[in-house]
Design a protein around this ligand. Structure first.
Ligand code: ATP
Length: 257
């Protein structure tokens, strides 16, 4: 598998706090990568750094062969880096369709701009945004909800809309930040099936931050473990589960809880 994203020695600092400390990792095309670690390990901050929302102090990022280190979030989104958030970030007062329309534009903070679908941003250059929206609605079983206000949907449905908002732009890298938060076991199982199918069905690589470790072990080809901003281990689920440094980091979390 060829590499899609290379993160090289990236550091993110908040005042004196080093939240991400010289992190390096490579995500392959079509890979599902898990990103785990105790609370405060730096997972969300690394997500923010990759999506261009957290300024990096040093290091560089190569995406699809281009150096994107100096690019802001909209430009990275336009190149195919998309994400979801720990707490759903949809426009609650708009319909499912309108929220998907926002996803076509790299500046989801600018709803009016998104309505000019002629300027829609699509990392793969797809020419018919409406056809993509229809495909996404069908794929996520959201067609019956297309005209519903997001505020009337369950959390599980809102998570699907958020994934749909990313998919309409035909991303190359989809980063999911704790997508199972607040879901029932049955809903987690359904989401789990969906995530497993995404790379083949949408030709996308996935980075998954998740606290449900068995889910990460089951879904991910490789897992990167962060602790206090540093990568302390990387490997298959089995390798990670048997790694003493990982066990110690999680033991520390339990002791401090
Ligand atoms: N905007 C910010 N300003 C200052 N400190 C921050 C900011 N964002 C995160 N931090 C700090 O950076 C460190 C890493 O936080 P981050 O949220 O990335 O960890 P995490 O691994 O995602 O944690 P969790 O599993 O609890 O979501 C923490 O010490 C956190 O308090």
């Amino acid at each position: 598998m060829s590499s899609l994203l290379t993160v090289e020695n990236v550091t993110v600092q908040f005042g004196g706090l080093v939240a991400v400390d010289k992190v390096s990792l490579t995500i392959a095309e079509g890979e599902i990568r898990g990103l785990i670690g105790p609370n405060g390990a730096g997972k969300t901050t690394l997500f923010n750094a990759i999506s261009g929302l957290a300024p990096t102090r040093s290091g560089r990022m190569i995406f699809a062969g281009a150096d994107v280190t100096a690019l802001g979030a909209p430009d990275r989104a336009a190149r195919g880096i998309r994400r979801t958030f720990q707490t759903v970030q949809l426009v609650q007062s708009m319909t499912v369709f309108e929220n998907l329309l926002l996803g076509l534009h790299s500046r989801a903070d600018n709803p009016l701009a998104a309505l000019f679908v002629g300027h829609a941003v699509n990392a793969r250059g797809a020419t018919d945004p409406m056809a993509t929206i229809t495909r996404v609605l069908d794929y996520l079983d959201l067609a019956p909800r297309v005209d519903h206000l997001v505020s009337t949907l369950s959390i599980a449905e809102q998570r699907y809309v958020e994934i749909g908002q990313a998919l309409v732009a035909s991303p190359r890298l989809l980063m999911l930040d704790e997508p199972t938060a607040g879901l029932s076991p049955a809903q987690v199982a359904r989401l789990d099936d969906l995530i497993a199918r995404l790379p083949a069905d949408w030709n996308v690589s996935i980075v998954l931050v998740e606290h449900v470790i068995p889910l990460v072990v089951k879904l991910c080809h490789r897992i990167t473990v962060l602790d206090r901003g540093r990568v302390i281990a990387e490997g298959t689920g089995e390798q990670i589960e048997n790694d003493p440094a990982v066990q110690e980091a999680y033991l520390g979390e339990r002791l401090n809880a």
